[in-house]
Design a protein around this ligand. Structure first.
Ligand SMILES: C[S@@+](CC[C@H](N)C(=O)[O-])C[C@H]1O[C@@H](n2cnc3c(N)ncnc32)[C@H](O)[C@@H]1O
Length: 338
């Protein structure tokens, strides 16, 4: 059943992906209750071959180790058959706790060191993904529509990318003609990865396209230098972060997003816009937390990609400085015609 399902999804989505000019997409997410997993496809940049990554979730609490082993063997065989790939092209990960609040394994920690990398394509941009060493591969597929929107609106703009991870939003901004980008993250590893993503696309770090190794919260709290304002800010923070800048010595998006948005608002140019997104499942947005002078509306119905069955994978809002209600109609046009 799983193999058949993957085969059908692959046939359908590979045509769609070619039209969209993307080589990586979500094939499967808990479609069949007996196979609780996510399977993503990462086609190489030539589009001729690819790799599958499967994240297995715990099936039932009372599974014995023997039954669990049987299940995994069976599921793996189904994936290989369904996608017609050899075992060397399937990468299996186990997903339990996703975000570390109290010392559990951090989602961003290294879990392996084989360093199997691949280059994928998305709307004309190339990205390095790492299939083995981390729980995530280096490109969050659920933000693909927002990255395309970034590319389409970046011409001549100054862009600030906060909690930037491997810098995919910045690559799309530069590809779309941004005059300046600033890419901020507290992880050297991910910023080096971003530098490789820049190089893959023929771009480089420069005075115009800066990389900042910093705690975003500390950096934002300090406020912008007099002339530093951005037309587009993208802020996709982790659900939790150990940062001494926050009241509780840690950042929780559920609790601290209001303060975060206030800090960000000081960096926004007149008529500028902020895209704020979160994967926190329990997140509740209170409009009274929107900074004065900004309008805000939720765009999740358009920012979650078509290949995602889980429509609640993230939520995303657009905040606009000097926003007027009539702007709503054209505020987040995603061109899917290419
Ligand atoms: C949720 S991801 C961001 C995903 C990214 N926006 C994207 O779509 O590719 C988390 C990133 O935030 C970074 N991070 C976590 N806490 C941070 C902090 N306080 N300051 C700066 N970066 C932080 C991590 O290093 C990681 O790269």
């Amino acid at each position: 059943m799983l193999g058949e399902r993957l085969d059908n999804r692959m046939r359908h989505l590979s045509k769609w992906a070619r039209k969209q000019s993307i080589t990586c997409f979500r094939l499967y997410e808990r479609d069949i209750p007996d196979f609780p997993m996510i399977v993503d496809w990462y086609g190489d940049s030539s589009g001729t071959s690819g790799d599958a990554v499967a994240w297995f979730f715990n099936r039932t609490k009372d599974d014995t180790p023997e039954r669990e082993r049987e299940y995994r063997k069976h599921a793996e065989a189904e994936i290989l058959a369904g996608l017609a790939i050899p075992p060397s092209r399937l990468f299996i990960k186990h997903r339990g706790r996703q975000r570390s609040e109290d010392g559990g394994r951090d989602q961003y920690e290294r879990i392996d060191s084989r360093g199997v990398v691949q280059v994928v394509q998305e709307h004309g941009m190339k990205f390095e993904i790492n299939l083995t060493d981390y729980l995530d591969v280096g490109l969050f597929l659920d933000h693909r529509p927002t990255r395309l929107a970034m590319q389409q609106r970046a011409q001549g703009k100054r862009v600030l990318n906060l909690f930037a991870y491997t810098g995919a939003f910045s690559v799309h901004a530069i590809g779309g003609g941004a005059t300046h980008t600033k890419t901020v993250d507290m992880s050297k590893t991910y910023l080096e990865w971003y530098a490789r993503n820049l190089a893959l696309n023929g771009f480089a770090q420069s005075d115009a396209h800066e990389i900042v190794h910093a705690d975003c919260l500390q950096w934002l709290e300090a406020g912008p230098p007099a002339d530093e304002r951005y037309d587009i800010v993208i802020c996709d923070p982790p659900t939790f972060s150990n940062s001494k800048r926050m009241r509780a010595d840690s950042f929780s998006v559920d609790r601290d997003y209001g303060e975060l948005l206030q800090w960000i608002s000081r960096f926004v140019a007149p008529a500028g816009e902020v895209f704020f997104s979160t994967n926190s499942r329990g997140f509740e947005f209170d409009p009274t937390q929107v900074p004065t002078g900004f309008g805000c509306h939720e765009i999740s119905h358009r920012s979650v990609p078509e290949d995602f069955r889980n429509r609640k994978i993230h939520r995303c809002w657009r905040l606009a400085e000097g926003w007027k209600p009539r702007e709503r109609k054209t505020s987040f046009e995603i061109d899917r015609s290419e």
